[in-house]
Design a binder for this molecule. Structure first.
Ligand SMILES: [Zn+2]
Length: 432
């Protein structure tokens, strides 16, 4: 369903022709910048018995005779769920239809299946977004003293009750059920399930093959609280991803589009803007950097039977894991020799990340182009690099997925601690 209408900008009184494609979300906060004066315009569509619009920055003027979409006014296509590629009004060429045409197709069946999969994700998001605050509160309880309340709330959230005790392994079971159910629309469930099972097996294998080395590594993780802190960092990201759900929808759609490096990223997003999400990206890459420390430690145990032992590089070598932790994100990759974890490096754009951290980004709402000025040797480069907002949301999504994969490493290490090490440490003399 589409709504076609002309609106008048409250700031400059210029007329704008709009075609609004309907999503199934109950409220649809659409926004764009006025093509005449760049003022922010917000159109919130509410679905009910009959759809209604709440306008902010534009008006519908009943005394005015509006144009006929004949090109006299600038034209804007809007749709919450899909990237928008149009530049002018063509009857019938709605964002929905244009998006469907861009979907990759091996044959009609795969296209249909992909579209169904995307629709399922959207339906899930439509239910979930209203629970973002609830999720945040529930996750906070995990770190608190009342674990019983946490388990109760987590079970309410997933609508799933499991037989459990209040042992840490059971509390973690509730936690990871909560996360995997809730974040299903954002991830690839098949590869995530495969990775989860692979990493659980890997932890057991390296612990068995290198028991002493692995125990030293675990001692360091537990005694320094690295694992606990890293888990806490990850858990703070999840509610923020749920909050970013509206701007992530078009990025999620790109999962189903054939890669065309020249134009795949140029579609527009019909809501919010870059400035709302830049810190989220910066924070995720920060966590990825810390998670790589776990990846490196496991890699060192696999190759050299010692989590602190790195492969010599350019005549020198890193003396310990904490030296590795001090390296920048892009430097860290150089020390992961023949690595067991295949990191998707497209998730990390160090130039954009550093520019965000140093307030060296500029965003043009009209073109949705982000300009960022990466720093080199402490000096801000004069020539900016460019990225579309959609491209940015895409790398944010990929970075989140990498963080989520690596969170399963944290999960597996905790299970090893709670189920295997705790039991090994129980001395028979303590039996009552
Ligand atoms: Zn205007």
């Amino acid at each position: 369903m589409n709504h076609v209408g002309t609106f008048t900008c409250d700031t400059c009184e210029g007329d704008i022709d709009c075609r609004i494609g309907f999503s199934n979300r109950k409220t649809q906060p659409l926004s764009f910048s006025c093509p005449h004066c760049q003022a922010l315009i917000e159109i919130t569509l509410s679905l009910g018995d009959s759809p209604s619009f709440k306008l902010n920055g534009v008006s519908n003027n009943p005394d005015k005779r509006y144009g006929m979409f004949d090109g006299r006014n600038p034209f804007i296509d809007l749709h919450l769920d899909f990237p928008v590629w149009s530049t002018s009004y063509i009857p019938g060429h709605t964002p929905y239809l244009m998006a469907i045409q861009k979907m990759r197709k091996v044959d009609e069946n795969t296209k249909e299946r992909d579209y169904l999969h995307f629709q399922q994700r959207l339906n899930h998001l439509n239910e979930l977004h209203e629970k973002a605050k609830d999720l945040k509160r529930t996750l906070r309880l995990y770190h608190g003293d009342n674990k019983k309340l946490f388990v109760k709330k987590a079970e309410e959230f997933t609508e799933e009750k499991l037989e459990r005790t209040l042992a840490m392994e059971d509390i973690n079971l509730a936690l990871y059920r909560l996360i995997s159910t809730t974040f299903l629309p954002f991830i690839d469930p098949v590869s995530t399930a495969r990775f989860t099972s692979d990493v659980a097996g890997l932890v057991i294998k390296i612990a068995t093959d290198n028991n002493n080395a692995f125990n030293e590594f675990m001692d360091e993780l537990i005694n320094t609280k690295i694992l606990t802190n890293l888990q806490r960092d990850c858990l703070e990201i999840y509610p923020r991803i749920l909050n970013a759900e509206i701007a992530l929808r078009p990025a999620l759609f790109m999962d189903f589009v054939e890669e065309e490096p020249d134009n795949r990223i140029s579609g527009k997003i019909s809501t919010k803007d870059f400035n709302e999400y830049k810190d989220l990206y910066k924070d995720i890459t920060e966590i990825l950097g810390k998670q790589l420390t776990l990846v490196a430690a496991i890699n060192n145990i696999i190759h050299r039977k010692n989590h602190n032992k790195f492969k010599a590089k350019d005549g020198g070598t890193l003396s310990s894991l904490s030296k590795f932790a001090d390296k920048t994100l892009s430097e860290k990759f150089k020390y992961l020799d023949d690595c067991w974890f295949k990191f998707d490096e497209t998730a990390v754009n160090p130039g954009a990340r550093n520019a965000i951290a140093h307030y060296a980004t500029e965003y043009d709402e009209k073109t949705q182009i982000i300009q960022y000025f990466p720093e080199k040797e402490g000096l801000k480069q004069e020539k900016p690099q460019e990225m579309f907002f959609l491209e940015f949301m895409r790398i944010l999504l990929i970075a989140f997925r990498e963080m989520h994969y690596l969170h399963h490493v944290i999960k597996s290490l905790f299970y090893y601690e709670y189920i295997i090490r705790k039991n090994e440490n129980k001395k028979p003399s303590k039996k009552s």
